[in-house]
Ligand binder design. Structure first.
Ligand code: PGA
Length: 260
């Protein structure tokens, strides 16, 4: 079995350096060597997470660092934005793009595509979030599949058709109605949709063998039922990743699944 990927998306649930430090420290010297752990703090805490990474190098848990967002220009008059170059300069490896919470704030498929392209050209690893709302889900799985295919085509436009370098993109399938709501998708359905995404991306030379994660109200009680599907490569965890006891429970379970 390959290692499962766990992405911790802190959003702004973590809102002090002290809290960030406590969470990072709680991961120290834990024997989670069977998972790939990617921590995505708010921008101001990226450096703290990065310094922790250096500290923990050579120990059992290797943390990778991701940003929760990026802008689609590298330089210029864009007050308040963060460019891919700035992220690279900080040593950030991953970036979440297209999270539904950002889409809800007005980020369009076109904007997301611009972000994907520039992040790719800067060699940031992309975690692209896709997922349907409740109305779409209620129309059945076929409608959901078409919706997601459309999102992937628009968001990865240019990459899907590009020749040459592989994109290394990770997809997080996150049904919008399951994010931050405590409502959890039935894993059968999630696995089926994830299979569909894999098949679709596998037809494109640029995105062969993609890693696909599930996200939306993941916690220590449901993680085992998600990760038991071999087609689900990991999870994106929001709120539950900001509680040290709960998150360590999640990691412990994910780490064990690799061995079974
Ligand atoms: P949640 O968030 O785990 O709090 O539902 C998931 C996400 O960030 O998409």
């Amino acid at each position: 079995m390959t290692k499962k990927i766990i992405v911790a998306n802190w959003k702004i649930y973590v809102n002090s350096r002290k809290q960030a430090e406590t969470l990072l420290k709680s991961l120290k010297n834990k024997n989670y060597k069977n998972i790939e752990l990617i921590i995505c703090p708010p921008f101001p805490y990226l450096i703290k997470a990065k310094s922790y990474q250096t500290l923990s190098a050579g120990r059992q848990v290797k943390v990778k660092i991701g940003a929760q967002n990026v802008f689609y220009e590298q330089l210029g008059h864009y007050t308040g934005e963060i460019s891919p170059k700035i992220l690279k300069d900080l040593g950030v490896e991953y970036v979440i793009i297209g999270h539904s919470e950002r889409r809800a704030m007005g980020e369009t498929d076109e904007i997301i595509n611009k972000k994907v392209k520039i992040a790719f050209s800067e060699k940031l690893k992309i975690i692209l979030c896709v997922g349907e709302n409740l109305t779409t889900r209620q129309k059945g799985l076929k409608t959901v599949q078409n919706f997601i295919k459309n999102q992937l085509q628009k968001n990865l436009n240019g990459l899907l058709n590009a020749k040459g370098q592989r994109s290394n993109v990770i997809i997080a399938y996150e049904p919008i109605w399951a994010i931050g709501t405590g409502k959890f998708d039935t894993t059968e359905d999630a696995a089926q949709i994830i299979n569909f995404i894999k098949k679709f991306l596998n037809t494109k030379p640029h995105t062969l063998n993609p890693k696909i994660l599930y996200g939306g109200s993941v916690n220590s009680k449901n993680i085992a039922s998600i990760l038991k599907y071999k087609e689900i490569d990991g999870t994106l965890v929001g709120k539950a990743s900001t509680n040290k006891e709960e998150f360590n429970k999640i990691l412990k379970i994910a780490n064990k699944i690799y061995l079974t």
